[in-house]
Design a binder for this molecule. Structure first.
Ligand code: AOF
Ligand code: ZN
Length: 361
């Protein structure tokens, strides 16, 4: 345990351990709604160790998790413990500092699941200690892993100063995304495609290569289960080195914004778009999670540039025997150079299987 100076070597109580798990569950309610902000959950324990308040950060610009949990607890927070997945903010951004809210509520002990890497908000732990509050920072402990896990998109993005990148592929058992004649609609099932819309609704940016735009002219919008376009649409980005996107391309039309990234804006070697520069720019524009939807050459380039964090593959029970693969080209020349992934999850979607991986960097 990282024992914070002034807190003594206080053990984490069982109730606090459970509260941190619960706080991570609460935080997960915000996934897809809080970007560019983190997901955060908070549980307030009363003086007898029972849960007296719960809250989470529901949307960017809205009240922070701590404020919602303190409101839920009311006077029962006095003398109690706040268990939070992320270090409380110590700044006035769109809302006031949570450190001051915790102090004002009479909280005597705070358990922090992960430290806040966002400089303007940091310093919460030190501020609480200065106010005489016991602070237990479990970010380096195994029990802190739930807090890092639920917020891993945001924490990874902040650490890398670029958006978290999820590469999505929909392919046949032999790894192909189209037949030799170019037909590709629909390889994966309706159930898989509905899950892709759920995934799109979780990100703030969708990215495709120019080849995909020219071949499929996708709308790249998020639709709800009823097929209606959702009110909040991610930014759509086309990686288009030589500026071939037709002015009538569907993804340039609304709703939401679109960005055509060319080699003029982001010059890279060989007249290509510098993907790392594009990602860094997207980060400065407040983008924290990119869903990379192909095509195969953009996927290879992003993997080679070590810009992919997760891979989500929908595998359809179809064999084609010919046609482009989900990832084409790139620098891998021998098995030892292969991009290595770690399997996180396997789930069935209708006749298909969804495989979720993290890239082992
Ligand atoms: C949140 N929700 O529950 C906590 C956050 O844009 P603001 O003013 O709301 O501030 C956002 C920053 O505050 C965020 O990047 C993070 O560093 C810190 N804590 N943010 O959105 C929360 N606790
Ligand atoms: Zn806050």
């Amino acid at each position: 345990m990282t024992v914070v100076p002034g807190s003594g070597s206080l053990p984490v109580l069982d109730a606090e351990r459970s509260a941190l798990e619960r706080a991570a569950e609460l935080a997960a309610n915000g996934i897809g709604r809080t970007l560019p902000n983190p997901v955060v959950g908070c549980v307030v324990l009363g003086t007898d160790g029972s849960v007296v308040g719960e809250g989470w950060h529901e949307r960017a610009g809205g009240p922070h998790a701590e404020v919602n949990a303190l409101a839920d607890a009311g006077v029962r927070a006095h003398g109690g413990t706040a268990v939070i997945t992320l270090e409380p903010c110590n700044h006035t951004g769109r809302t006031g500092p949570c450190t001051e809210a915790l102090i004002a509520a009479g909280i005597e002990r705070v358990v922090v699941g992960a430290r806040d890497p966002f400089e303007p908000a940091a310093g919460g732990v030190e501020r609480l200690i200065a106010a005489g509050i016991q602070v237990i920072d479990v970010s380096e402990l195994a029990i802190g892993a739930v807090a890092a896990e639920v917020n891993r998109v945001w924490l990874t993005s902040m650490a890398n100063r670029r958006p978290f990148v999820t590469l999505k592929t929909g392919m046949t058992v032999d790894g192909r995304v189209a037949a030799v004649d170019g037909t590709s609609r629909w390889i994966t099932s309706e159930a898989s495609r509905a899950d892709v819309h759920r995934l799109r609704a979780e990100v703030d940016t969708m990215m495709v290569g120019i080849g995909t735009v020219l071949a499929d002219d996708p709308r790249l919008t998020v639709r709800d289960p009823g097929g209606l376009e959702s009110a909040r649409q991610p930014l759509r980005v086309v990686v288009d080195s030589t500026g071939r996107t037709p002015s009538g391309a569907q993804l340039l039309a609304g709703p939401g914004d679109a960005l055509v990234a060319t080699a003029t804006n982001y010059p890279g070697p060989g007249g290509r778009v510098d993907l790392a520069a594009l990602m860094a720019d997207l980060f400065t524009r407040g983008r924290r999670h990119v869903l990379l939807e192909g095509g195969p050459r953009l996927a290879a380039a992003a993997l080679d540039a070590r810009l992919v964090d997760d891979v989500v593959s929908y595998l359809a029970p179809i064999v084609l025997g010919a046609g482009p693969a989900a990832v084409e080209g790139g620098s891998v020349a021998t098995l030892a150079e292969a991009h290595r992934l770690e399997l996180r999850d396997v789930t069935r979607f209708g006749p298909d299987v969804r495989l979720s991986f993290t890239v082992a960097h």
